[in-house]
Every structure is written in structure tokens, then in C-alpha cells.
Design a protein around this ligand. Structure first.
Ligand code: FES
Length: 107
């Protein structure tokens, strides 16, 4: 279980507990948090689950694989240092305290 803070582009924060084994995208979806659309349902095929990772967390996450890297090119205003696709981030206890910020819009 990890407590994850999702911050909407306008600054509104949502702090929710997300079970291990879910993805960060599923944590947003299951809690009705706006700003993460996840059109492809988590198949790493749409980039509409894009977020910016809080700088203090970037290095703590597992590295992007090639597919995520490629798909991020299609995201809205990706930031090479901070952008991730939340469907590719599996929740574990290690993610407790994670903070992510949604972009102004998904593509
Ligand atoms: S939900 Fe489509 S790429 Fe993540």
C-alpha cells in the first residue's frame, strides 16, 4: 500500500491509498481522480496517463523501458527528466509518499 498524491494541473491535490500490485494509473482511475485519462486501459499505447514526477521521486522509480520511452514522445509537453506513463508504474510499499502532477491536458 502506498499513499500517493496526485496534483491536478490547477493545483488541486488528491491523496489516496493505492494497493500494491495496481499501477499509479489504476490508483487514479479507481478513485475518480481527473487528469489521467488512460484511453488504452494500461497497454502503453496511448500516452494519456502521462504525469510529471515530483523531482524528489524521479530517481527512486524503476527506469523506463523502451516502449514507455517511445510512447512518451506522443504525450502533451513531455519533460525528459520528469515525465512518466502512470500505467507503467507498479505500486509497492516503496512508492509510499509518491507525488505526481498532471499535465495541462492529455493529448
Ligand atoms: S494508459 Fe495508455 S499509455 Fe498508459
Amino acid at each position: 500500500m502506498a499513499k500517493i498524491t496526485y496534483i491536478e494541473h490547477g493545483g488541486k491535490e488528491h491523496v489516496v491509498d493505492v494497493s500494491n500490485g495496481l499501477t499509479v494509473m489504476e490508483g487514479a482511475r479507481d478513485n475518480g481522480i481527473p487528469g489521467i485519462e488512460a484511453d488504452c486501459g494500461g497497454a502503453c499505447a496511448c500516452s494519456t496517463c502521462h504525469v510529471y514526477i515530483d523531482p524528489t521521486w524521479v530517481e527512486k522509480l524503476a527506469a523506463k523501458d523502451a516502449m514507455e520511452e517511445d510512447m512518451l514522445d506522443f504525450a502533451y509537453e513531455p519533460d525528459a527528466a520528469r515525465s512518466r506513463l502512470t500505467c507503467q508504474l507498479k505500486v509497492t510499499d516503496d512508492l509510499d509518499g509518491l507525488v505526481v502532477q498532471m499535465p495541462e491536458k492529455q493529448i
